[in-house]
Design a binder for this molecule. Structure first.
Ligand code: SF4
Length: 307
């Protein structure tokens, strides 16, 4: 069986803007080093080889990572904001995490969907400013496969299609959100027989999450508590809603929890709208939210979504 691959239109337009990046993937995250890269780093001679080996440690999860330097910076992030490993050894010797970021692959066995991580500022710009990016995903068919129930996948694809139609209607975003939550609650009831409250996540959950930058804890809690005004950045917030719909809804194939993905979408768009209303920068608001929330396995699990 040939695997079909689906891409949003902005995917091919992505180019890392490196030194011009306003935030960077080289700060704030643990970079897990794959064994092929580490084996190669063990063969690098001279001072740079020594620096590589000294920088690699085992973290609390047992992963091999670079020990972060001051301000949680990657130790190979140069003063010119370019990567020393890239410079010294070439792109082909970046570890898989760095070489791939911000590209994300979602493998559903009989088809694969691709997207970009919103936590990258340049990807965030493309995601929020590209309209009609998901036309390619519209008619995906679920075929039988051994890894999951094709009937559930068909249900999820139908819910997603319905939600995408609703999200592109010319009615206020609040109303679109009410409709997609109702559609998800109906599908959830059809699947499990359980009646779900379509309300969003409890704002208190944002108090409990882990943050790279502690000041975001209070900002996110306040933004989660406040009623959002969607009118200012309606176009970008619509594109953001579609992004999260395509990023997470099919993840419900793992646990059948359709509501979790839809609640995450509506609550997160509300928080980003409020953060942007304060800062006046919708792209930075979405990117910061994603960096703090989506790039943390613990946080995303706490919010109940699967990818
Ligand atoms: S966050 Fe994105 S644009 Fe910035 S350095 Fe990383 S890959 Fe490049």
């Amino acid at each position: 069986m040939t695997m079909k691959h689906y891409y949003p239109t902005y995917y091919q337009d992505f180019r890392c803007i490196a030194a011009d990046c306003p935030d960077s993937c080289c700060q704030g995250w643990d970079v897990v080093i794959d064994s092929d890269a580490e084996q190669f780093y063990n063969t690098v001679q001279g001072e740079f080889g020594e620096k590589l080996r000294e920088a690699i440690i085992t973290d609390a999860d047992g992963d091999r990572v670079f020990r972060l330097a001051e301000n949680k910076k990657c130790p190979f992030w140069g003063a010119d904001r370019l990567c020393d490993i890239y410079r010294a050894l070439g792109e082909e010797h970046l570890c898989a995490t760095c070489a791939r970021f911000p590209r994300i692959t979602m493998d559903y066995t009989v088809f694969t969907e691709h997207t970009l991580a919103l936590a990258c500022p340049e990807a965030a710009r493309l995601i929020l400013t590209t309209d009609g990016a998901y036309a390619d995903f519209y008619d995906i068919q679920a075929k039988n496969c051994e890894d999951y129930d094709a009937e559930t996948m068909r249900l999820l694809l139908n819910v997603r299609k319905r939600a995408a139609d609703i999200l592109t209607q010319r009615i206020p975003l609040e109303e679109r959100f009410e409709r997609i939550l109702r559609a998800a609650a109906e599908a959830q009831r059809a699947k499990t027989g359980v009646v779900f409250d379509p309300a969003g996540n409890d704002p208190d959950v944002f108090e409990q999450l882990e943050y790279i930058d502690e000041k975001n804890r209070l900002l996110f809690v306040l933004a989660a508590e406040k009623q959002p005004d969607f009118s200012r950045y309606e176009r970008e917030l619509t594109n953001l809603s579609l992004y999260w719909l395509y990023r997470y809804l099919l993840g419900a194939i793992n646990d059948g929890n359709i509501m979790a993905a839809m609640r995450f979408l509506t609550v997160s768009v509300g928080i980003v709208a409020n953060l942007a209303a304060e800062s006046g920068d919708i792209i930075a608001a979405a990117q910061t939210y994603s960096k703090e929330i989506e790039q943390s396995y613990e946080n995303i699990e706490e919010l109940g979504v699967r990818s």
